[in-house]
Unconditional design. Structure first.
Length: 75
């Protein structure tokens, strides 16, 4: 029977494998679940970094004279 979700094989250095194993034991979940959750968190962090860069780039081109004041937007 095929797996419901796509799978990936990952090779970890021993200390990293042990750290993941420790987290799995603490949380009472499988190694696979811990790795999946860590990958999700890493992707979210990368997205936040990319959005921050985008915001910084936009901020550099901001012309305050053309900006709408906060109170005018939320009234």
């Amino acid at each position: 029977m095929p797996a419901r979700n796509p799978r990936v094989n990952v090779v970890l250095e021993k200390p990293l494998y042990e750290a993941v194993g420790h987290l799995a034991k603490e949380e009472g979940v499988s190694l696979s679940t811990v790795v999946r959750d860590l990958v999700k968190e890493a992707i979210e962090v990368r997205e936040d970094i990319d959005l921050a860069r985008f915001a910084e780039a936009r901020e550099k081109t901001l012309r305050r004279s053309r900006a709408i004041p906060h109170k005018d937007v939320w009234e």
